[in-house]
Design a protein around this ligand. Structure first.
Ligand SMILES: [Fe+2]
Length: 259
């Protein structure tokens, strides 16, 4: 499958050095880069149909977790921002369920697309996950489902919006909430976010949008989906090193299986 049949290369000339630099600078400055209408509508439609066709193979789970995604610590009270629990509830189909002829697979494996990502993300190279589940995931959020406030463990996320919900389901974030590398957790700031006392930014993403986001120090969430339409979002997951598998605890939690 040709890259030009999947993404709009007229709108987004991803091999043009000036364009690459502007994407890189936007992501570095804002911690987020949204490219609306990145996918051709035909590709969005094909991926949405795959999402509908394979939905019966999705694993749905609901977790309570801390903002820091680490288990609660008994050094802090339960109502402390270090330990406060938020809810994430969603489902997804895994890489092994995504069909071999999916535009998602052609895009994920495409050298030109990977080179674009490397340049914009400041990565030397990107590798697929070694396990059969984690590389391409299509996520479903039904009405009432959400992703609670959290920081990511990974330094970047690559997502494609496939179907927006009728209402709700917005991606909200606050930049530079902590400095993970320096061990700064910013409990006061996190508490204000959890209590709704801080203005949050919203990322507007339409079906077909590519979104790059740096979520290690930016706290973020997906608000509860409202209305009848399921939110569908693809996560393209890569590693900066070869032969890495997602750890078994995470696979059991998110996929309900290891293989
Ligand atoms: Fe996240």
């Amino acid at each position: 499958m040709e890259l030009s049949s999947i993404i709009d290369l007229d709108l987004y000339p991803i091999t043009d050095s000036g364009f690459l630099r502007s994407c890189h600078d936007t992501l570095t400055r804002d911690g987020a880069l949204v490219m609306q209408n990145f996918l051709h509508s035909g590709a969005v439609d094909a991926i949405r149909r795959e999402g509908e066709d394979f939905r019966d193979q999705a694993y749905f789970c609901r977790q309570e977790h801390t903002v820091y995604l680490s288990p609660p610590s008994d050094e802090f009270p339960t109502d402390h921002p270090r330990n406060r629990l938020v809810v994430s509830s969603k489902g997804c189909i895994t890489d092994d369920v995504v069909p071999a002829d999916s535009p998602l697979r052609a895009l994920y494996n495409n050298d030109v697309f990977q080179n674009f990502l490397c340049t914009v993300l400041d990565e030397q190279a990107l590798y697929p996950y070694a396990d059969p589940l984690s590389s391409i995931n299509l996520h479903y959020a039904d009405p009432g489902q959400e992703l609670g406030w959290h920081f990511d463990n990974s330094s970047f996320a690559i997502t494609l919006m496939i179907q927006e919900p009728a209402q709700g389901g917005g991606f909200e974030y606050v930049n530079a909430m902590r400095d993970a590398d320096k061990g700064e957790m910013n409990f006061d700031g996190v508490e204000q976010v959890l209590d709704g006392e801080v203005p949050v930014k919203k990322l507007n993403m339409n079906a077909g949008a590519l979104v790059l986001f740096r979520g290690r120090n930016a706290i973020h969430r997906v608000a509860p989906v409202e209305g009848e339409r399921t939110r569908m979002l693809v996560v393209l997951a890569y590693n900066s090193q070869p032969a890495i598998s997602l750890d078994e605890t995470a696979r059991m939690t998110f996929y309900g299986r290891l293989n």
